[in-house]
Design a protein around this ligand. Structure first.
Ligand SMILES: NC(=O)c1ccc[n+]([C@@H]2O[C@H](COP(=O)([O-])OP(=O)(O)OC[C@H]3O[C@@H](n4cnc5c(N)ncnc54)[C@H](OP(=O)(O)O)[C@@H]3O)[C@@H](O)[C@H]2O)c1
Length: 422
């Protein structure tokens, strides 16, 4: 390596992750830069960041596109978002510059075009931090598990939602947990991306494309956020041995269709994923040769993300000149969500009168949905009771009809359900 020329880096963006990458690379008098033959040539920062002063030997461009005019080998894209990032990365390939990015949104929307552009120019695009920040799932799927057939990937892929749900489990309100996550720099600038399940959906889309070679962006799939979960759901879930998490899943079904989904679930409290707390992300990969692989680590935060970005730089440094092979195919079909079956947790607030439970359970019977557990709780609100019901396996479309019909009854005031992952 000592004889090779330096790998010249341009960083685009000067926010949380970019400054953390810079700090980690420059720590201990640039130990990592020296060890892996890297040099930071320029930074695209449309304004200064009060946390870090850029030394005078590094050029600063106020227009991030000017970074591509410098003589660099790799652009590190840390601006986030879709449109400008896509323009920047496309232009980088035109100018024969390799790419490292932590941006799942641009990969989800334009991954295929970007992978093809890199391939056509014999360049590399690395994106370890785009899923689970520094927890190394991308290279694991691309290389270490490459000999395996993967049948399922399940993951808690959004650190912010897990942080919020962990806090709510301890009794904190949704709003205060979200604001705490924002202050700690975990949340995306637009929190809807996190709490609406979209960020996790982008990530499971990227993992599905790696595991099953399906091209990005994936067609529409089921996405639901955590906004309607209530603090008391955790108490009811706990009584039945469950906790609540946001889970993203990609799996091959028997008919070779691929099911992709991103939504809250009840998970057994002591399961591998159920026991992860805070910003930790967790992933289970079901393989044919080594069985189930479990991976967990910090899935948000600037240091963790910087770790993934730097692992990409190190990979480039060690494998310089080697083309990344990445194959996608159109020969797959997305499975319908409406025909999937789950067990469901129902929380129903209704008038506290004799006969209410019978009227409600008769609706379940009418839709041929079996009841496994039924508990009646006194509600704090006047004259209402809360019924907690855990169903047997039932089809999603039947459950949606049942929910609609329960809501139409004059005796109910709040009907919610969460799927149970078994
Ligand atoms: N933070 C995490 O925990 C985490 C984890 C995994 C992946 N990521 C990904 O890492 C990337 C960066 O995240 P971050 O947390 O560092 O975000 P951030 O703190 O908001 O920083 C974004 C930086 O990009 C600049 N920028 C944004 N749009 C720009 C544009 N159109 N032109 C020029 N500059 C622009 C911003 O400039 P201004 O300050 O002037 O707006 C800021 O310097 C994102 O793709 C994110 O999804 C973050």
């Amino acid at each position: 390596m000592a004889n090779q020329s330096k790998i010249r880096l341009g960083i685009c963006g000067w926010g949380n992750v970019a400054t953390a990458v810079y700090s980690a690379l420059s720590a201990n008098r640039g130990e990592l830069l020296k060890k892996y033959n890297l040099e930071i040539v320029c930074i695209g920062a449309r304004r200064d960041n009060p946390n870090i002063k850029i030394p005078s030997n590094i050029k600063v461009h106020r227009n991030i596109f000017d970074v591509l005019e410098d003589d660099i080998d790799i652009v590190i894209e840390l601006i986030g978002g879709v449109d400008v990032a896509f323009q920047l990365l496309s232009k980088a390939f035109e100018r024969r510059i390799n790419v490292v990015t932590a941006n799942k949104a641009v990969l989800f929307e334009h991954g295929n075009k970007l992978f093809k552009a890199a391939l056509d120019k014999n360049l590399s695009i690395y994106f370890e931090s785009s899923v689970c920040a520094g927890t190394p799932i991308i290279k694991l799927l691309k290389t270490d598990l490459a000999a395996n057939r993967i049948s399922k990937i399940s993951g808690m892929l959004n650190g912010t939602t897990n942080y919020i749900l962990t806090k709510m489990e301890k009794g904190q309100s949704y709003a205060s947990a979200l604001s705490e996550a924002q202050q700690l720099g975990y949340a995306e600038a637009d929190p809807k991306l996190d709490v609406g399940g979209i960020d996790a959906a982008h990530k499971i889309g990227i993992l599905a494309s790696l595991a099953f070679q399906c091209p990005l962006p994936l067609k529409k799939f089921f996405i639901e956020g955590i906004e309607s979960i209530k603090k008391e759901d955790f108490d009811f879930a706990r009584e039945q041995g469950y906790t609540i998490k946001h889970l993203a899943v990609a799996e091959k079904q028997k008919n070779k269709e691929i099911l992709v989904r991103s939504h809250p679930v009840l998970l057994p409290f002591n399961s591998n994923l159920g026991s992860l707390k805070g910003v930790r992300n967790g992933i289970e990969v079901r393989t044919n040769l080594i069985g189930e692989v479990h991976l967990a680590g910090s899935g948000a935060g600037k240091e963790s993300t910087a770790s993934g970005v730097i692992s990409d730089l190190i990979h480039f440094s060690k494998h310089r000149g080697m083309q990344e092979d990445f194959y996608t195919s159109n020969k797959f079909k997305m499975a319908k969500f409406s025909t999937q079956s789950f067990k469901y947790y129902f929380s129903i607030e209704a008038e506290d009168k004799p006969g209410t439970a019978a009227k409600l359970t008769s609706q379940f019977a009418k839709h041929q949905v079996g009841i496994d557990v039924l508990i009646q709780k006194e509600s704090k609100k006047n004259c209402t009771a809360r019924l907690i019901i855990i169903t047997d396996l039932a089809e999603e479309k039947i459950i949606n009809k049942l929910k609609n019909n329960l809501e139409k009854l004059s005796l109910t005031s709040d009907v919610r359900f969460i799927r149970i992952e078994i």
